[in-house]
Design a protein around this ligand. Structure first.
Ligand code: COA
Length: 635
């Protein structure tokens, strides 16, 4: 559709470039963000280092100038730096540590045929969506919420089915095959019982209909059942640390058969994993766990290929969802695609019936692997490491039902800022301190924009959480309410700064990377203990809202941290809290309990404040006491 193509291309061209914030502004904000999170002595040291860095004629100025030059020469000065720093240089295994998942509602399948019918419709939905993307016919997204109405960059959509993340010994490579669609016949890889099959989606240049997909899936399932022909579970290698997988891949590629199989894997549209029943109750938490790691090698942990951007999971027991490599796109784009596919599945019951004529098709090819003893050893080690990850993940999916976005909006507060402040309160209740916190903020208002960080552990949030928990000092409701408003206002201002390209994390990363490119000695500001700790995100959060019943979740990003993904709805909020069992300081259940308590306490505070304000308003002017009656704090 050339007209659409032009329209979308033009739309994204007019998007502004991500700005480079003023140096002084970033350095001042940095100091403000860290002052209350480090010891006084440490802060004094940091302040001196930052002042020296930002002084006229100092290193900061040189780097800033170079960064501005880079910004002139590129569409997005931070994109490559950010991609490498956030994903490609990270050596940790993709499952749990990096790949987010969408968890679909529990499906009821009477038998495997039901499951395959669902899978066939899902594949049809994916192909439908991909056709829209290929035709550049997706409507342009517009920002909602804060600063609503501006168009957003659509680039991330174009990477959904065209990217592949190659493991590397030092750094990974994200390859995007933009013209794959036009030049080569398209195929999907279907994983079943740890075997991989090539499903040509348009044999003889005619796209499969649902009946045909279903019959091909049935053939695949039969072939996978043949135990004698079963090959080793190669997919488990992709669940390993990236360096380990890169080393194993080097061994694999010595053989032509393996090279051929890898080439097919790396050029597919997506992977569809037909999972065995996992034997667990279909609770939200269990379904989240099965999407995040597949349950290890004893369950479906090897029935995956983590390098591929999109893997759709259809479990015979109705556990379904999507697993994705995070490097090509953000959760918001993943949600759009998942919702489209889910609506397609639930909204098109007639399509199977309509497409009842099926061609006689060749049975799908199975990917072959040549494995020697060395490779068998690598498979065992990868499986062991995956099992450790599986055993270590402490996940708690919590539906907070007392209220949702509407209650918060009625308080004239930003729901996102409110939830962030509540997360700070929960963390403080658990540990008695605040820590460097990451909240992803979309910068898709800009060309090729991805995200920057809202540092939610603001000084105002600290003042508020102290007022809610300090048992030695009694704060009145009006003091607590004021602190709540201050915390929410600070959070909202940071959000607005971040989504307009004025946050500090990308900027500081840019300055660091420019210094490396100039082969300068690493500036002291980046060696400082404060900088290191400020980039250790013990609390890693993000809002991923959905409009269809499903939810997103991910793991913690550091060993002693929490992942907290939330999905605010009008009358409830879904939280997915993750941490690692191995760490004795964290517990997802304890965090969830504190979060629940905190959210209820904030609601009660808001209600009391509203009631007090209403009482004042209804009394004659001279009799007013009311609003700031001293009261004991919550406990
Ligand atoms: N009073 C009443 N209503 C308010 C309000 C106030 N003071 N402040 C905001 N609202 C309303 C908004 O108008 C909006 O209304 P809508 O639901 O009708 O659109 C709603 O509350 C939500 O706004 P808010 O809670 O402030 O947040 P937001 O939607 O702007 O989201 C971010 C903030 C940071 C989450 C968002 O900008 C963002 O970047 N999202 C992407 C995150 C991401 O990348 N996630 C995936 C990571 S993989």
């Amino acid at each position: 559709m050339p007209i659409m193509e032009k329209k979308t291309a033009r739309d994204s061209e007019v998007l502004p470039k991500v700005p480079v914030p003023p140096l002084k502004q970033t350095l001042d904000t940095y100091l403000k963000c860290v002052q209350h999170l480090v010891k006084d002595e440490q802060f004094k040291k940091t302040k001196a280092i930052v002042e020296k860095f930002g002084a006229p004629g100092g290193v900061g100025e040189i780097l800033q100038k170079k960064l501005l030059e880079r910004s002139d020469k590129t569409n997005n000065w931070v994109y490559e730096y950010w991609l490498e720093d956030m994903y490609l240089n990270n050596r940790l295994a993709l499952p749990v540590n990096s790949s987010p998942v969408m968890v679909f509602p529990q499906q009821t399948f009477r038998d495997h045929k039901d499951a395959l019918r669902f899978a066939a419709r899902l594949i049809q939905g994916v192909l439908d969506y991909k056709a829209l993307i290929d035709a550049r016919a997706l409507p342009v997204d517009f920002a909602r919420g804060q600063l609503a109405g501006t168009p957003l960059c659509m680039e991330q959509y174009y990477r959904l089915f065209t990217s592949y993340r190659y493991p590397g010994l030092k750094t990974d490579t994200l390859k995007v095959h933009m013209n794959a669609a036009s030049s080569t016949p398209e195929h999907i890889i279907v994983a079943c019982k740890n075997q991989f099959f090539v499903l040509d989606v348009a044999p003889s240049n005619k796209q499969l209909n649902e009946t045909e997909i279903f019959s091909q899936l049935e053939k695949i399932m039969k072939m996978a059942e043949n135990a004698e022909e079963r090959l080793p579970p190669l997919g488990v290698l992709t669940s390993d640390g990236r360096t380990e997988w890169a080393q194993a891949r080097d061994v694999l590629t010595k053989d032509q058969t393996n090279r051929d199989s890898l080439a097919l894997m790396e050029s597919c549209v997506c992977v569809v994993c037909l999972d065995e029943p996992c034997g667990l109750q279909p609770r939200d938490t269990n379904r989240a766990l099965m999407m995040l790691h597949g349950g290890g090698r004893e369950k479906n942990g090897a029935n995956r290929w983590y390098d591929k951007s999109m893997q759709f999971v259809v479990g015979m027991d109705g556990f379904c969802g999507v697993v994705c490599d995070h490097s090509p796109f953000e959760g918001i784009v993943l949600v759009q695609c998942s919702e489209y596919v889910m609506k397609y599945i639930t909204g098109s019951p007639t399509k199977t019936a309509k497409a009842s004529t099926a061609r006689e098709l060749l049975r799908p090819r199975k990917l072959l692997w040549k494995c020697n003893a060395h490779i068998h050893g690598l498979l065992t080690s990868s499986g062991d490491r995956l099992q450790k990850l599986v055993d270590n993940l402490d996940m708690d999916v919590f539906k907070f039902k007392a209220y949702g976005k509407e209650f918060i909006k009625k308080q004239k507060m930003s729901p996102d800022a409110f939830i962030q402040v509540a997360l700070q309160l929960a963390f403080f209740k658990c540990t008695g301190r605040l820590v460097s916190t990451y909240e992803s903020a979309s910068i898709r208002r800009f060309q090729e924009g991805r995200v920057d960080n809202i540092r939610s552990a603001t000084p105002e949030a600290l003042a508020f959480v102290k007022s809610m928990t300090d048992e030695r000092v009694t704060y009145t409701d009006s003091e607590k309410s004021k602190r709540l408003r201050d915390a929410i206002n600070a959070q909202t201002s940071y959000t607005i700064a971040a989504i307009t390209g004025m946050a500090i994390d990308n900027h500081l990363l840019g300055l660091l990377r420019i210094s490396k490119e100039l082969k300068l000695e690493k500036p002291e500001i980046f060696c400082d203990e404060t900088y290191v700790s400020s980039n250790h995100f013990i609390l890693s959060t993000s809002q991923v809202p959905t409009t269809v019943e499903m939810f997103c979740c991910y793991g913690p990003v550091v060993p002693n941290g929490y992942g907290a993904c939330y999905n605010p709805q009008s009358d409830h909020i879904l939280f997915c809290v993750s941490s690692f069992w191995e760490n004795t300081e964290t517990s997802s259940a304890v965090f969830v309990k504190a979060l629940n308590e905190g959210l209820l306490e904030i609601r009660d505070l808001c209600n009391r404040s509203c009631a007090a304000a209403a009482a004042v308003a209804s009394k004659p002017a001279d009799s007013g006491q009311g609003a700031s009656q001293p009261k004991k704090s919550g406990k």
